[in-house]
Design a binder for this molecule. Structure first.
Ligand SMILES: O=C(O)CCC(=O)C(=O)O
Length: 340
């Protein structure tokens, strides 16, 4: 073990982190507090008037249900530019160090691999997530920092938005029901939300996303060491999924599947319970792009470099950090430059 890790362990022993049962109240987003003043907020939020949706209505829906759907906000041209970038990455995968996650039994020991080391038929199959392709793709950044998405997030956090990470799916994930916050942990854990961008019309049987309406208010699961999943947790993701499904059923929360169209976007709360349905028709793709976001208070250093000030790419008043470990690829897929 390195000296740094030894020091970290010793520090943890001396000053153990408090075991949280819920998000700390002091920096909870205003919209998650009791009786948020939506009309008052919207009146003083300058971007509200320029949005292609009624912000007050969406904020009320979010508060009650833990998600919103923004319809037809992204152009086909931008999505097609991103899909062409993804296709190029797959075709020339041997040239790239970009990571992909493979949730197949034969990769259990090393689920995260460099795309160059993975055979093409695996990359183009099920159980694959292309990780952080927004770093290389201009179109990926434009989708991630799309005005209609980041303006809504800016409203819920009442702060500048910082995008944290992205995942690109060709097929349904078939993931167990989960909430994101135990796994994706910004410095302010309640400053977290995600966008699911439909890159094609979602077809029934393709392994649609499912979610429980209003589940962001369910009592938080105890992993044995608080509300986050880490090396000290005594419970596992399957226990978590069972707990969430049982609790949502007990509370009578409706389980819905997401059948949205290319250009529509689902934005969900850090604590919305969701997962992927089984793929019933293996011929059906379900191309989608998932981005996770925090605020400038919640995410101020790139997780691969906690020391130095990050290099920022800014659009529409929001930031995403350049990946300090893969600088040679940054914005090297340029199709998105001319499209919006
Ligand atoms: O798209 C899906 O099927 C699941 C995505 C998801 O759960 C996530 O990225 O947190």
């Amino acid at each position: 073990m390195s000296i740094v890790n030894k020091a970290k362990q010793a520090y943890k022993k001396l000053f153990p982190a408090p075991i949280l049962k819920d998000f700390p109240a002091e920096n909870l987003p205003w919209i998650d507090k009791k009786n948020p003043d939506v009309d008052g907020f919207v009146k003083q939020f300058p971007k509200a008037a320029q949005l292609p949706y009624d912000l007050a209505e969406k904020l009320r829906f979010w508060n009650q249900n833990g998600y919103v759907i923004l319809e037809q906000i992204i152009s086909d041209e931008l999505i097609d530019a991103y899909l062409a970038d993804v296709q190029e990455l797959i075709e020339k995968h041997k040239e790239y160090d970009i990571n992909i996650r493979i949730d197949r039994p034969e990769y259990r020991k090393h689920p995260v691999m460099k795309i160059r080391d993975v055979p093409r038929e695996i990359i183009e199959g099920q159980y694959i997530k292309i990780m952080e392709f927004h770093n290389a793709s201009v179109a990926g950044k434009k989708l991630m920092l799309h005005k209609a998405i980041v303006s809504f997030l800016e409203a819920i956090f009442n702060q500048k938005v910082v995008a944290m990470q992205s995942l690109t799916f060709l097929y349904g994930s078939q993931q167990e029901t989960h909430q994101d916050f135990p796994y994706v942990v910004p410095q302010v854990p309640s400053h977290l939300a995600a966008a699911w961008i439909a890159l094609e019309d979602v077809k029934p049987g393709s392994g649609e996303l499912h979610y429980y309406v209003g589940s962001h208010k369910v009592k938080k699961f105890d992993w044995g060491n608080g509300i986050f999943f880490n090396g000290e947790s005594t419970k596992n993701p399957t226990d978590f999924g069972k707990y969430l499904s049982a609790e949502c059923e007990r509370m009578g929360l409706e389980r819905r599947t997401l059948l949205i169209k290319k250009g529509d976007v689902l934005i969900w709360h850090a604590a919305l319970a969701h997962g992927g349905e089984p793929i019933l028709d293996p011929e059906l793709t379900r191309k989608s792009y998932v981005c996770h976001y925090s605020s400038e208070l919640g995410y101020y250093r790139h997780r691969h470099d906690l020391v130095n000030e990050p290099v920022r790419h800014s659009m529409n008043g929001a930031d995403v950090f350049a990946d300090p470990t893969l600088t040679s690829y940054e914005n090297s897929f340029k199709r998105g430059e001319k499209v919006n």
